[in-house]
Design a binder for this molecule. Structure first.
Ligand code: PXP
Length: 254
């Protein structure tokens, strides 16, 4: 298991789910998400993120086994907080487990995990994973109650949901977008003050990444759909390199 580096520069976790989406659309064995992960690693990804959904719509169990065996950067396994996924995580020992809410009908992860409303169950759910050495990350909306609950149950990390911010940007609702950014900024500070490592992700693109990357409390961004889409036009290495440049430029002291 590779260590992470919370005090280092802003890390980029590349989510390779949608390579598997394309593969599964035809039931072929290509494109291979593990091949994409190894390429992403070469292109400078600091970690690989994969979401094993209950319905296996993209990543499947064998992908997780091969990722765990083959990549040399940390593996962040996104999953629902259900016993089936807990057993899989314990079997493969990813560097981190990121718990997300999951609804079958959703197109992608909508909203954050309700840690505040489910804290007793989640505390018990994460205990064996933490004992096995997995870092525990909880994907939450940028709300104080969720962050406080994450700290209270002993999570290592909160990943702040940037989906609402990115949607508002796409819809051109700039005042609301900027208010959401202020909320994320305040909650990144709140989480760091609570002793949590702060990650962020969902929906980020070259156009939306800079204000998030500029938040110095944030240690890691997890980005998938846009990078895989952009890879169609410029290759995965090129897409990742440009995202890195956007992140580094935003983080550089002015
Ligand atoms: N972080 C979490 C917790 C997610 O669920 C996802 C989507 O799987 C991402 C980051 C990446 O989002 P996107 O694919 O929109 O970049």
């Amino acid at each position: 298991m590779s260590p992470t580096n919370p005090d280092g520069p802003l890390r980029l976790g590349v989510n390779i789910d949608h390579v598997a989406t394309v593969r599964n659309a035809r039931g072929t064995d290509y494109p291979d998400p593990v091949k994409a992960a190894l390429l992403a690693e070469q292109a400078g990804a600091d970690g690989i993120t994969a979401h094993l959904r209950e319905d296996r719509r993209h990543i499947v169990d064998d992908d997780i086994a091969r990722l765990a065996a083959q990549i040399s950067v940390p593996l962040n396994l996104e999953m629902a907080a259900i016993p089936e996924m807990q057993a899989i995580a314990l079997q493969h020992g990813p560097n981190a487990v990121c718990l997300v809410p999951e609804r079958r009908a959703e197109r992608t992860t909508e909203g954050g995990l309700d840690v505040a409303g489910d804290s007793a169950r989640l505390r018990g759910f994460i205990a064996p994973l933490a004992a096995a050495g997995c870092r525990i990350s909880l994907f939450v909306a940028p709300e104080p109650a969720q962050i406080d609950a994450a700290a209270a149950i002993g999570a290592d990390i909160v990943e702040l949901h940037t989906g609402a911010y990115c949607d508002l940007h796409l819809e051109g609702r700039l005042k609301a977008r900027d208010a959401e950014l202020d909320r994320i900024r305040a909650m990144a500070g709140h989480a760091a003050d609570a002793g949590l490592e702060v990650h962020a992700g969902h929906g980020l693109t070259y156009d939306t990444v800079a204000p998030i990357a500029a938040m110095t409390q944030i240690a890691e961004l997890n980005i998938g759909h846009f990078l895989i889409a952009e890879a169609l036009f410029r290759g995965l290495g090129g897409a990742i390199a440009e995202m890195r440049q956007c992140m580094d430029a935003a983080r550089a002291p002015s």
